[in-house]
Design a protein around this ligand. Structure first.
Ligand code: ADP
Ligand code: MG
Length: 701
């Protein structure tokens, strides 16, 4: 059947009037035959068996029974009423019960007529009862397609209240099959079907909705998941390809003096293999005629900063300016100090611009930026202000990208006549699978190797009742000259309580670690930026030994002498946050420790998080566990993306299919980037359809 036919509105189906159509659209986004066919069941129930009422067990799962209704009554109850029908077969009687949609059911049910009912049985007041059974007249049941495994479609309260049951949906889909005789045009190429031994489209749709057996169901699922993921990858890859063709970048074709001089004479350490590889990848992008759009992932402490510096030198070598934007003042400061120290060696100018830089100090920065005298600008959101104008910005580096919205990123982008090359650095490891789907249109570099000599951080879990021992441990570490972080959760909803915890904690630490032997810094979000910076600076300079803080220190802060991270109420933190926090230590040569403090009350999920932290330091492994625990919806930055709207594939469970799909999409575009070969026309056509009907696939931003 052709695509136009599949655009037929569902109102053409029997029993679907304007009201139902509206409900279907509102609840499930279904407008057309195509939408209906792409409403895939969540699960399947075995309907090969028929039970007798007399056979029912008190533990019965879903059962299918033949019988009839002898009478029906409305029963008043404390809140509202319920509709109760007596249902019998030759072995006994039971009750059917409705709490919702009573009017519609009462009007439509037929007495003393054979029905097949299906649902879960409860044992209640001495009789079996089935709430909200699925019902079908026996006569209809015999006529319908033979169903072995009953598909269960997504449902909502509104749908069931309006009488659109699973059965209704299944019937509607059956009608589409009857009208089309089950012939649907193929949407994958013959070669893909052949190579991957896929079921064809018609068989897949048939078996996803009316599985003939388990094996065919599994094949149908595989084919449809593959197809879904394949076309997402196609969209992302094509977007990336078009971007590269359309959006020209400044070609940085010179690997010039500064880069070489720095590399030869001023590198403070030997680069790791991963750092070298990533710099090569970046250089390749910059040297091409396209604008670079690259995500640099590297675990905390993996050494992204030096990569940023070398990239900026490439920009300057080619006559351009560069900027680096960080999410907080503390981080911007730290970058500035670190990077300035490196750049001073080769006489490159660099300035810091944050919200707290005074107006009088800004003017010279603005001027030197416009004249081109200033080569490198480091700062916070302040870089996005209208007054900040570059002579020729060739490169923008964004650190810790998840703190910036897409809109902000594009603001930076639009400051220039040409878009600068963009390098986004993040220490929040995004599972590869997710990155592939989310950022398939970005190029990704990964630093997957830590600088040599790092000792893995030792992580332990301690209960609050062991606090005295933990304090003793802190005392010992301080005696060795080390510094300590103590971090408290700060979660919006319970802000007042959290502050109380923080202040209580601070007081108890202050009592146990009294002046003048011990100096304590405290940093939290309610402090003025200047006060925060002051406290932070004291800790950075080693004037204080303990830093009590909320999660404001989460990102990026670098104090190599700090060797202990104590996380209070660790059960309240998410995995990625715990990992980020832990990354604040382990930056120097000494053995570092992370102590996760909790109460005894722990949910099983919290236990998994703690165990994961204790078991591994690998950010990617942690990210995978996080993804499994929470699903993609909660992973930072994925909310707006289409990953959540997958129809059948599961970004976590179908990891392997995703890889296969990506591989084949890449291969296809390599050999036939415009999809012009006759054998690929089917893909070209299906792709065009998908892009046209974005209500089905809203991945393109
Ligand atoms: P992050 O990726 O978290 O931003 P940084 O760039 O801050 O990591 O690097 C963490 C620490 O490791 C810094 O003190 C840096 O000087 C050091 N470092 C980075 N690369 C190397 C290397 N190849 N060899 C030794 N030390 C390195
Ligand atoms: Mg960093």
């Amino acid at each position: 059947m052709n695509a136009n036919f599949l655009q037929t509105p569902v109102t053409y189906l029997k029993g679907v009037g304007p009201n139902r159509a509206e409900t279907l659209q509102g609840e499930l986004g279904i407008q057309t035959y195509r939408d209906l066919l792409n409403l895939f069941p969540n699960r399947y129930l075995d309907k090969t068996q028929y039970y007798k009422v007399g056979q029912l067990q008190r533990s019965s799962a879903d059962v299918q029974i033949m019988g009839k209704i002898t009478h029906i009554k409305t029963v008043e109850q404390k809140k509202g009423k319920r509709l109760v029908a007596t249902f019998i077969d030759e072995t006994g009687k039971m009750e059917l019960v409705w709490f919702r949609g009573q009017k519609w059911i009462r009007e439509n049910l037929k007495l003393n007529t054979p029905y097949v009912i299906f649902g879960k049985c409860n044992w209640f007041n001495g009789v079996f009862s089935m709430p909200h059974p699925e019902m079908e007249l026996l006569e209809e049941h015999k006529k319908g397609l033979k169903v072995f495994m009953q598909p269960i479609y997504p449902s909502t309260e509104k749908l069931s209240a309006r009488g659109i049951t699973n059965r209704t949906l299944s019937k509607m889909i059956q009608q589409v099959f009857l009208e089309t005789k089950g012939n649907f045009s193929e949407t994958l190429s013959e070669s893909l079907i052949h190579v991957l031994k896929l079921l064809d489209k018609s068989d897949s749709l048939l078996n996803i909705h009316f599985p003939k057996n388990q094996e065919l169901l599994a094949k149908a699922q595989f084919r449809l998941k593959f197809e879904e993921l394949f076309y997402i990858q196609m969209q992302l890859l094509i977007k990336n390809m078009l971007h590269k063709q359309k959006i020209k970048g400044f070609p940085f074709d010179q690997v010039g003096e500064l880069f070489n001089e720095f590399y030869k004479d001023h590198l403070p350490f030997e680069l790791t293999g991963a750092q070298k590889r990533v710099i090569k990848e970046i250089r390749h992008d910059l040297g091409s005629n396209a604008q670079m759009n690259r995500l640099l992932q590297g675990d905390v402490g993996s050494g992204k900063t030096i990569v940023a510096v070398m990239t900026m030198l490439l920009a300057i070598d080619n006559g351009y300016q560069a900027c680096l934007m960080a999410p907080t003042e503390i981080l911007a400061n730290q970058h500035y100090v670190g990077i300035k120290a490196l750049l001073d060696k080769i006489g490159i100018s660099c300035a810091l611009l944050t919200g707290s830089v005074k107006q009088s100090a800004r003017r010279p920065i603005h001027e030197q930026l416009e004249s081109g005298e200033l080569k490198i600008l480091i700062g916070t959101h302040a870089l996005l202000e209208d007054k900040v104008k570059y002579k020729n910005l060739g490169l923008a580096i964004i650190d810790e990208q998840h703190r910036f919205g897409v809109a902000q990123r594009s603001k930076l982008w639009h400051k220039n006549q040409f878009p600068p090359h963009i390098l986004v650095m993040t220490a929040t490891p995004i599972p590869r699978t997710l990155a592939m789907s989310l950022y398939g249109d970005l190029d990704i570099s990964v630093i997957d190797e830590l600088p040599p000599g790092r000792k893995p951080i030792k992580t332990v879990h301690r209960f609050d009742s062991n606090r005295l021992k933990v304090f003793q441990f802190i005392r010992d570490e301080i005696k060795k000259g080390r510094q300590i972080y103590v971090v408290y959760p700060l979660i919006q909803e319970s802000e007042a309580l959290d502050y109380k915890d923080l202040m209580d904690g601070y007081e108890s630490i202050a009592r146990d670690f009294p002046l003048p032997d011990y100096q304590i810094s405290i940093v939290h979000g309610k402090m003025k930026p200047a006060d925060k910076d002051y406290e932070m600076e004291r800790f950075v300079r080693g004037e204080t030994q303990i830093m009590v803080a909320t999660t404001v220190i989460e990102v990026g802060v670098n104090v190599p002498n700090a060797s202990v991270m104590i996380i209070e109420s660790a059960e309240r933190f998410g995995l990625s946050q715990l990992h980020q926090l832990r990354g604040r230590v382990g930056r120097g040569a000494d053995q570092s420790f992370c102590i996760l403090m909790t109460s005894h009350k722990l949910s099983s999920e919290a236990k998994t998080r703690l165990e994961t932290m204790v078991r591994t330091n690998d950010g990617f492994e942690i990210a995978e566990v996080d993804l499994r625990l929470r699903g993609p919806g909660d992973i930072m930055g994925t909310q707006q993306s289409g990953v959540l709207n997958l129809k059948i594939a599961d970004i976590v469970k179908d990891n392997d299919i995703l890889k296969t799909a990506r591989y084949h999409a890449i291969q296809l575009l390599k050999t036939d980037p415009t999809l012009e070969k006759p054998e690929n026309l089917v893909i070209r056509h299906a792709y065009a359809q998908l892009v046209k009907y974005k209500n089905i696939w809203n991945y393109i931003s």
